[in-house]
Write a protein that binds this ligand. Structure first.
Ligand SMILES: Cc1cc2nc3c(=O)[nH]c(=O)nc-3n(C[C@H](O)[C@H](O)[C@H](O)COP(=O)(O)O)c2cc1C
Length: 338
């Protein structure tokens, strides 16, 4: 058997050395509340690069200050952010990892002082703030902010850009009829709810010709919400627009009870991959090498994203290689102990 987890994956001239992706994870560690990279980020991401992760996707990085989840999020709303991000990219690339960044806007889930914005003036739950309904000008500025973020990501040397369209943040809020009650061309039918994402993708692509991923929440877990089947249509549109891969997560657009178990989101990846004919990433309670290999061998996804397991074991790729009987090159400094 050829082990797929350790086979390379190429898109638009970028080759990942294996199919293991570090899923974006907020570190809330920009402790000066300015969105800048700190030592924590340098250690955290570089450790996973030393651990031989193929692609590291840097946490949700805000395209505007108002689009942060917390005051401690990383940011990319200013040219001043580029230098720190560039250092981070260089550190990780020294170890052969490719570097991605997740561009994000929190929408109504921003836990910040002052005004927050969303497609409709509906709070996420009773504890959260009611956002202001976005005007056309707000939408235009947000699209522009994603475009500028992508240009800065390019300057910083990232290999991959992922747009955060999941977990009930701004772009997801537009896609779901549960959070988008607009009556203009940005609300109503699927085409209208997709419009801002369409504009963001087009805007990003004016300055970015590298691999482009979009993370989606493929299930709202609500009878009036979206299902993986609904996402086939969005994924087809994304494919037409030149998106390379859909990173398939789920939930969090409205409060819901979710039955969570190993690989619970993998079937959604499978549905979108085969329904839209686009590459996908699977994520969510994938923890063992066998499980990751099964997903790839059965063509249920093209990449496997790991989050919490990589917090527990930054050298998980090494663990997986041992278990799957694959010879993996050690960083030369570690050869005596690998
Ligand atoms: C500490 C932490 C921070 C996270 N931050 C983000 C984020 O910035 N963007 C995102 O799309 N998902 C985020 N997630 C979700 C993960 O990327 C992943 O989808 C989720 O944890 C399920 O994968 P797992 O079971 O391997 O942990 C975060 C998860 C954790 C545990």
């Amino acid at each position: 058997m050829t082990v797929k987890l350790f086979s390379p994956y190429s898109i638009k001239g970028v080759t990942l050395k294996n199919r293991i992706v570090m899923s974006p994870m907020c570190m809330y560690s920009s402790h000066n509340e300015d969105g800048h990279v700190q030592n924590w980020h340098r250690s955290h991401y570089t450790s996973r690069a030393v651990g031989q992760v193929g692609l590291i996707i840097v946490e949700a990085t805000a395209v505007t200050p108002q689009g942060r989840i917390s005051p401690y999020d990383l940011g990319i709303w200013s040219d001043e952010h580029v230098k720190g991000l560039q250092e981070l990219v260089e550190l990780a690339k020294e170890h052969g990892a490719k570097m991605g960044i997740q561009l994000a806007h929190a929408g109504r889930k921003a836990e910040l002082e002052g005004e927050i914005i969303a497609p409709s003036a509906l709070a996420f739950n009773e504890k959260s703030k009611t956002p202001k309904e976005m005007t056309k000008a707000d939408i235009e500025q947000t699209v522009e902010a994603f475009k500028n973020g992508a240009e800065r990501a390019k300057k910083a040397g990232f290999d991959v850009i992922e747009l955060h369209g999941a977990h009930g943040y701004l772009l997801n809020e537009f896609l779901s009829p549960l959070s988008n009650k607009r009556t203009d061309e940005y609300g109503g039918n699927a085409e209208n709810r997709y419009r801002i994402l369409r504009e963001v993708i087009d805007a990003v692509k004016t300055g970015w010709d590298g691999p482009l991923f979009v993370r989606v929440s493929a299930n709202d877990y609500h009878e009036a919400g979206l299902t993986p089947e609904d996402y086939i249509l969005f994924a087809k549109w994304m494919k037409e627009q030149g998106v390379d891969l859909i990173d398939v997560s789920s939930g969090a657009v409205v409060p819901a009870r979710i039955n969570v178990y190993p690989g619970y989101q993998v079937p959604f990846s499978e549905t979108i991959k085969h329904g839209a004919g686009i590459d996908t990433g699977a994520v969510g309670l994938i923890t063992t090498p066998i499980q990751a290999e099964e997903i790839l061998q059965n063509d249920r996804a093209d990449l496997v994203f790991l989050a919490r397991e990589l917090l527990r074991d930054p050298y998980w790729p090494r663990t997986a290689a041992k278990e799957l009987g694959v010879e993996m090159e050690a960083p030369k400094q570690y050869q005596r102990g690998w």
